[in-house]
Design a protein around this ligand. Structure first.
Ligand SMILES: [Zn+2]
Length: 239
């Protein structure tokens, strides 16, 4: 459903920073824009035919926002009509994305459009519905998961997290039937890990529920075959 520009963790330079996208006509949805994502967008000509980009931000770690300012400036000056904003940035108000962009020299409402959302509240964008939910990641900054509804498909994207909300393990009781669940999953497994290990994911998700789960944000030692043999899917970069 979603495609991935990068599917790696912060230090997995081979797979690139984790960032998903979806194109609908001349509109594009982008989730996060980490340090090496602008480079990959440009090198793979991903903006061809796109007039407006809607960027959802999960949190402000550099592997999720590191090249967002470059991407906005590029879109403003070099893509589409010169000096006309064609990027909208959406985040929950406490993520402080506007402040970060201003520090980068971006003038919100000139170079791009920004929209501050409330968590646990559904918003409609052009071609999808979006709802941010707080995730469990690090104590320094807030981090969010995203529920998306696109073409009648219900998608859950955990963003960075070290746990899963209980209802993902008990979908029949919660009444929410997700079609796709994208989960931050890593091989690293230690006390205090701010990401979710494959071992822990396996404990939280029964085998019969695993076909809708897609591992993403993979660390360098992540074993794709191991995850697949456990019944999970693993995302691949796709342009
Ligand atoms: Zn993070």
């Amino acid at each position: 459903m979603l495609k991935f520009i990068g599917s790696g963790s912060a230090f997995n330079t081979k797979l690139g920073n984790n960032s998903a996208y979806f194109k609908a006509g001349n509109q594009m949805l982008l989730i996060d824009c980490g340090s090496n994502i602008f480079h990959r967008i440009k090198e793979n000509n991903l903006l061809e035919g796109i007039e407006h980009i809607h960027v959802l931000i999960t949190h402000t770690h550099a592997d999720h926002v590191g090249s967002l300012a470059d991407f906005i400036f590029y879109s403003y000056y070099c893509h589409g009509e010169m000096a006309k904003p064609n990027v909208s940035v959406y985040a929950v108000h406490d993520v402080k994305i506007e402040e970060l962009l201003i520090m980068n020299g971006i003038n919100p409402e000139v170079h791009c459009l920004t929209k501050k959302f409330q968590s646990d509240t559904q918003y409609s964008l052009n071609f999808c519905n979006v709802l941010f939910e707080r995730s469990s990641h690090v104590k320094e900054i807030p981090s969010y998961s995203i529920e998306l509804c696109i073409d009648d498909k219900l998608i859950y994207y955990t963003g960075d997290t070290n746990s899963l909300k209980a209802s993902l393990g008990t979908p029949h009781e919660s009444g929410k039937a997700y079609d796709y669940v994208y989960v931050d999953t890593c091989k690293a497994d230690y006390e205090g890990n701010v990401h979710l290990s494959l071992r822990k994911l396996s404990e939280l998700v029964r085998p019969d529920l695993r076909p809708i789960f897609w591992c993403m944000h993979l660390d360098e030692s992540f074993d794709r075959q191991e995850a697949e043999s456990l019944g999970f899917n693993v995302v691949k970069n796709e342009f």
